[in-house]
Design a protein around this ligand. Structure first.
Ligand code: HC0
Ligand code: SF4
Length: 568
């Protein structure tokens, strides 16, 4: 076959439709995530050297295809070498698949099955590190690290956080924070991108399913649950459905059957955020206050700015994030309406994100009676709980979110993908600024898969310069430009995960396939188009909330309940 110059044997084989197994290798073009450490030796192939009558085994992921090369991918020698690489990894891997959080999701386990490994012929020395459970968000189990270094690439090259690196030697080598300090003492943002690419369970989210079951089964507690925009386009994957299948109705039914007292939509919180954020943008524009305004609903990004750009901490919007806003409203407005004691309300958030677990525990968000959100679980944890409850998800009928914190517009749905928050804000801000309805609700210029997007949006006779970054490495470029006075944006959206929340660290594992993210993204935009009401300021339940309880958007009561400040 003829292939472009410079590509590897692995890529050439892929083009030819020949599968070579891989483990450490990752090639996620849309995330700019390329892990080419060639450390696992699982992709070995045999190079035919007829002249010397001596074939050679080479790792196909780093060996370039060359003119005249003859490659055999299915010889007994190549297959044996691959199997041996996996057996050696298994020889010092904890033998606890039954109870491992990655059981049936583990790439090492799948490879053992795929390569027909039936015994582990060697017993290696085991690592015996304690689990790092120091943070509310991430658990590190170094004993399960196979040193593929995917996490290190995600953290250092894509996110530019520089937390993870190789520690120790030989059998005791693993990847962790410098000097193996506890995760909580590092500058980890809890973005979870390392978790998303870890092939085993060396890095996972901290699990909180038991806390949720306890709350549901406590007769004194009124347990409300809310689901983030990105859950509805991904949850189905955990039940064998196609990526991008919209399962909003089934998800609500499942939550009701699990026993939650009320099922709310974080999208309601997103619409509420837009009411405040659009008001704040207009206020800053009119009063020539700090510009640009930065959306701050992504907690990993907030941690990033705190650690890496403390001099810019005055720039983000002061709005709480949507799920935190909804938690506050559940414990105030909703509690009053229903005659409930806020102390007995437990708010559970289902998020595609690991950092939201740490966000909910931030001191400024937990210090008073408006302890906003009590427990955060990921999409994966929700999937596990639905299975645990014996609910046959695929067969479920649809249900609707409960009222009054369940109505949501198309604007809030698009929060789930990069560029969506700023588009939602501009739908509202432009109608408020011009006093006229938009001709076109969609802002195509704000959409796209690039890591950094810049656009100028005309509102009346004003031109607003907008910046959008997803992935913290991309965010760094924008922040450096702002800090150095090289950019004059009016508003910026940053999401820590490349692609936005649809690709969050708590979502179903994509296993190195970025098509999955594209399909979730298309589903988000489809869900927006399906909505009759597509602008946050037209959400009737939100308008009622302001009329009966909050007063003016960005007013005194709204400030008390819906805004925050940043400090560690
Ligand atoms: Fe997101 Fe959110 S959109 S951060 O991306 O703003 O996690 O889905 O729930 O809170 O709404 C994540 C997703 C949310 C929040 C919302 C925001
Ligand atoms: Fe790095 Fe994000 Fe993982 Fe923390 S969560 S170690 S910042 S990739």
């Amino acid at each position: 076959m003829t292939v472009p110059e410079g590509i590897t044997i692995l890529e050439a084989a892929h083009e030819a439709g020949v599968k070579i197994p891989t483990l450490c290798h990752l090639d996620l073009h849309d995330f700019q995530l390329y892990n080419k450490t060639a450390s696992c030796r699982v992709c070995m192939v045999e190079l035919v050297d007829a002249r010397n009558n001596r074939n050679k085994l080479v790792p196909s992921c780093v060996t370039k295809a060359q003119e005249g090369m003859v490659v055999r991918t299915d010889t007994i020698r190549a297959i044996t070498a691959r199997r041996m690489a996996v057996e050696l990894l298994l020889s010092n891997h904890p033998n606890e698949c039954f109870t491992c959080p990655k059981n049936l999701e583990c790439e090492l386990q799948s490879l053992a099955e795929e390569l027909n490994v039936r015994e582990i012929r060697w017993e290696g020395e085991r690592m015996d590190y304690p689990k790092d459970m120091s943070s509310d968000a991430i658990v590190k189990d170094a004993n399960k690290c196979i040193y593929c270094r995917r996490c290190e690439t995600a953290c250092n090259e894509v996110q530019t956080c520089g937390i993870l690196s190789g520690i120790g030697r030989g059998f005791n080598a693993f990847v962790g924070p410098f000097a193996n300090i506890p995760m909580v003492e590092s500058s980890c943002t809890y973005c979870g991108q390392c978790v998303m690419v870890c092939p085993t369970a060396a890095l996972t989210e901290a699990f909180h399913c038991d806390k949720v079951w306890e709350a549901i089964n406590d007769p004194d507690k009124y347990v409300v649950v809310q689901t983030a925009p990105a859950i509805r386009v991904a949850l189905g994957e955990l039940f064998g459905m196609e990526p991008g299948t919209i399962v909003t109705g089934k998800m609500v039914t499942a939550l009701k059957r699990m026993g939650f007292d009320a099922v709310f939509d974080t999208n309601f919180g997103a619409d509420l955020t837009i009411m405040e954020e659009a008001s704040e943008l207009i206020y800053r524009l009119k009063n020539n206050k700090t510009l640009p305004i930065l959306t701050n609903c992504c907690p990993a990004w907030v941690k990033f700015i705190e650690h890496q750009f403390p001099e810019l901490i005055h720039v983000p919007s002061t709005c709480k994030s949507p799920h935190i806003m909804l938690g506050t409203i559940a414990k105030t407005y909703y509690a009053e309406k229903k005659g409930l004691d806020p102390d007995n309300i437990v708010v559970v958030s289902v998020m595609p994100c690991i950092a939201k677990k740490a966000e909910a525990k931030r001191p400024e968000l937990t210090k008073d009676e408006h302890n906003n959100v009590d427990i955060v679980i990921t999409t994966r944890e929700l999937g596990a709980m639905i299975k645990e409850a014996g609910i046959e998800f695929v067969k479920l009928p649809d249900s609707k979110f409960d009222s009054p914190l369940g109505e949501a517009t198309g604007a809030s749905v698009i929060f789930g993908t990069a560029g969506g928050v700023i588009e939602a804000a501009l739908r509202t801000a432009s109608e408020w600024m011009t006093g006229k309805p938009l001709d076109k609700v969609e802002f195509e210029e704000l959409r796209g898969m690039e890591g950094v997007r810049r656009a100028t949006v005309k509102i009346g006779d004003q031109e607003l310069k907008i910046g959008i970054a997803s992935g913290l490495g991309n965010a760094r470029h924008i922040l450096e430009d702002i800090r150095d006075g090289k950019a004059n944006y009016h508003a910026i959206e940053i999401m820590a995960c490349p692609g936005g929340c649809i690709a969050g660290g708590g979502q179903p594992y994509h296993h190195g396939n970025d098509e999955v993210i594209k399909k979730r993204r298309e589903a988000i935009y489809a869900e927006d188009r399906n909505k009759k009401v597509r602008k946050s300021h037209e959400n009737k339940e939100i308008l009622e909330l302001y009329k009966n309880y909050l007063g003016e958007p960005f007013g005194k009561r709204a400030h008390e309940l819906l805004h925050t400040h940043f400090e560690e």
